[in-house]
Design a protein around this ligand. Sequence first.
Ligand SMILES: C[S@@+](CC[C@H](N)C(=O)[O-])C[C@H]1O[C@@H](n2cnc3c(N)ncnc32)[C@H](O)[C@@H]1O
Length: 461
Amino acid sequence: MDLPFPFINQTKALLGDDEYERLSASLQEETPVSIRVNETKPFPVQQENHVPWCSAGYYLEQRPTFTFDPLFHAGCYYVQEASSMFVEQVLRNYITEPVVALDLCAAPGGKSTHLRSLLPEESFLVANEVIRNRSQILAENIIKWGHPDVAVTNNDPADFSEKGLLFDLILTDVPCSGEGMFRKDSGAINEWSPENVNICYQRQRRIIADIWPSLKTGGVLIYSTCTYNLSEDEENIEWIKSELGAESLSIEVPSEWGVTGNLAGGQTPVYRFLPHKTKGEGFFLAALRKTGGEEVIPGRSKNNKKSKKEKLPEIPPQAKEWLLHPEWFELERKGDVVTACNITFSGLVAQLKQQMRVVHTGITLGEMKGKDLIPDHSLAMSNELNMDAFPTYELTYEHAIAYLRKEAIVLDASAPKGYLLLTYKSIPLGFVKNIGNRANNLYPQEWRIRSGYLPEEVRCL
Ligand SMILES: C[S@@+](CC[C@H](N)C(=O)[O-])C[C@H]1O[C@@H](n2cnc3c(N)ncnc32)[C@H](O)[C@@H]1O
């Protein structure tokens, strides 16, 4: 691996020559593979080799062929680099009451799905991604994860304070120069330059300054990067503390985790993962509590009440029966699409829908076609799906892959006609409409497995 000279010099100055050599040697080793399981979709798999700082994180011996594992598509687990699972420690220590949280730089969704698993009950998560096509991937991963109390937005950081949105917790996993990704992604080496480090640290400050008014005073900011240098890490944390007004939050870390502290010589607690000391890629995190600076005045959604004369479009009564807790949800029909939103958060969701670019929120229950409501894939993936509302049909591995490729599949003659929920290892995979001689595949076209090839050896979890 040929690393740029300015990077070598900079990192030797940071770590010392000996430690730099150990870091450099570790970059020649294989990248560890790790997953985080979705504890709301339990599946039978032996889990050993725990990631020490993450209760649902596991190292795998071999890289499974994820694309050809139906349980991956069902949202049973997320393939996530182990070091970045350290976010969990901030939540366990500092977020114990219900919160409204924002993951500002969220795509593809590793930390958002993790946050969603960890937030106290009755919390809401806004997962935002500024780049439009990446926000679609984020929505796909959020939908597969199955928690209904999430909105996926596609906004610029400054939009949140402009619209008067306030959060108790903000995670900023900011775009960075990616020094910690050199082993995993050789493209990161080619993109690295001292000039890019400069551009990155300034962009990171702009992002934090833009979102700062949207953090409540007393609220928690988690700042993370996957890079080692001081400008994007410690120096930015000191800048946030002195310029914006924040105090550091410390996390107790057992020494055997091999986490490295502040390399700038200061007292501010920060947590750095170096691949020669921890089993994972390079990662940096600091947690702060807001003590000063501007706070927006919460905005309200404009009058959202429907006028009395307006006839509300009809929603078929069975739609509510598709949910496990229909009493928790408000149903809405917009055009032909019927969605469900947790009543507790309907004010916030209405405000988001009016003022932000919402890509997805709550549960999409289905789409009306004439008088028929066609169940949506978001419902199949949801933890709120009432499985008793649909006949289920268990697929073989080959059928599951054919379904995920969006091929037409033929079910047993005994399978009931109409909408069926397909399962694999008892986990919902999606819907079909069985018309007898074949079943119409309702899997989302844009999510289908595109590769026509099936590897000779398929390794599933
Ligand atoms: C490190 S990645 C996020 C990874 C994600 N948190 C996860 O765990 O899966 C940084 C994200 O910030 C987004 N981004 C790029 N420029 C940005 C900007 N100016 N403001 C906010 N986000 C930006 C990128 O598109 C990218 O998705």
